[in-house]
Design a protein around this ligand. Structure first.
Ligand SMILES: [Fe+2]
Length: 156
């Protein structure tokens, strides 16, 4: 994880946690506990961490979401994510493969960008203004963790 603000770049994990905490965001850095190479399912490889996270924040479910150049209509899918918005439930994303960029507009300070990569968990709390974009590699595999019937309807 790297965080880019107007004035600085944060690469240290502890510093990143402290910075995110100021704006109510939350990050963890996960290593797969299941290292059996034949198991490719991210939900299995990170099962324990997902369960701990669910307990900690009261989430109920998790699924896997993939975006890459093979996704039909990739640009169309990305379009709504790339516009600044918020929703009334948390956006919880663990990057299992690939990379992406979360833009955050904390309103009280200028916007900043969080570059997420393999192993990064990010919780964007409900009502936080944000957007999401892919990097030039255009490839991410995410675990999404959510409450029962999540309200992800974007409010622009
Ligand atoms: Fe969102």
């Amino acid at each position: 994880m790297r965080i880019k603000t107007q004035s600085k770049e944060i690469t240290d994990k502890k510093e990143a946690n402290e910075f995110l905490d100021r704006y109510g965001l939350y990050a963890e850095f996960w290593q797969p506990e299941v290292t059996d190479a034949s198991i490719s399912d991210a939900l299995v490889r990170f099962k324990n961490q997902i369960e701990k996270l669910k307990k900690k924040f009261g989430y109920a479910s998790a699924d896997v979401c993939e975006l890459n150049t093979k996704s039909p209509n990739l640009d169309k899918i990305l379009e709504p994510f790339m516009k600044e918005h918020h929703h009334t439930d948390d956006e919880v994303r663990f990057t299992a493969e690939g990379e992406g960029i979360f833009g955050i507009n904390p309103l009280v300070d200028p916007p900043f960008k969080i570059y997420v990569e393999k192993g990064d968990l990010l919780v964007v709390p409900a009502n936080t203004r944000h957007w999401f974009e892919l990097t030039e590699k255009k490839n991410i595999q995410c675990i999404r963790v959510f409450k029962e019937n999540p309200k992800w309807e974007a409010i622009y």
